[in-house]
Design a protein around this ligand. Structure first.
Ligand SMILES: Cc1cc2nc3c(=O)[nH]c(=O)nc-3n(C[C@H](O)[C@H](O)[C@H](O)COP(=O)(O)OP(=O)(O)OC[C@H]3O[C@@H](n4cnc5c(N)ncnc54)[C@H](O)[C@@H]3O)c2cc1C
Length: 141
């Protein structure tokens, strides 16, 4: 893998609202863990996104530097595809907003939510979850 230069990381940081973690950073070891503790992969860089704009910036960075990408949502996939070795892990686990439209019985959910996060938000409105359909869209303004 191409060695990333400090100036390249700093340039990325200037467009990124979330956290960028390198292997030497204090929380790197914890953040690269997923539910399946047998998975032991070490990304070159972890981009902890705070917004969809951060995701755009992360994808642009990976494309520019020809990096392997993995995407972490809740991190519960047993095969561990959320984490890659030597590439960019785009970590969406901090993006947990849930917007419930009680009347329409519809919710818009950010990609870091686990079912527990989603259920907690739905239950405030007296709703229980039954899988129906999902659609990818922008977070509403
Ligand atoms: C204890 C346990 C119980 C489970 N129970 C059930 C169950 O009852 N029913 C069921 O259907 N499944 C169940 N699963 C499986 C689980 O729902 C799936 O593995 C699901 O993919 C986990 O989602 P995640 O966001 O946590 O996954 P992650 O591990 O974060 O990601 C899974 C895959 O999707 C990709 N990905 C994640 N988010 C995005 C995104 N926003 N855009 C593009 N790609 C993305 C990742 O790169 C990875 O390849 C269970 C798993 C566990 C560990």
């Amino acid at each position: 893998m191409k060695q990333l230069q400090k100036t390249e990381i700093d340039e990325f940081k200037s467009h990124f609202r979330g956290d960028l973690l390198l292997p030497n950073d204090a929380s790197y070891e914890e953040v690269r863990q997923i539910w399946n503790a047998m998975i032991d992969r070490r990304p070159a860089l972890i981009a902890r996104c705070a917004s969809s704009e951060d995701v755009v910036q992360a994808v642009k960075f990976a494309r520019k530097h020809n990096l392997i990408v993995s995407i972490r949502g809740g991190g519960h996939n047993i095969a561990g595809n959320a984490v890659c070795d030597d590439g960019l892990m785009i970590d969406l686990s901090l993006m947990k907003r849930v917007k419930v439209d009680q009347k329409a019985r519809r919710a818009i959910v950010e990609p870091g939510c686990t079912l527990a996060d989603f259920d907690a938000a739905a239950q405030i409105h007296g709703l229980a979850t039954r899988w129906a359909s999902t659609r990818v869209q922008e977070w509403p303004a």
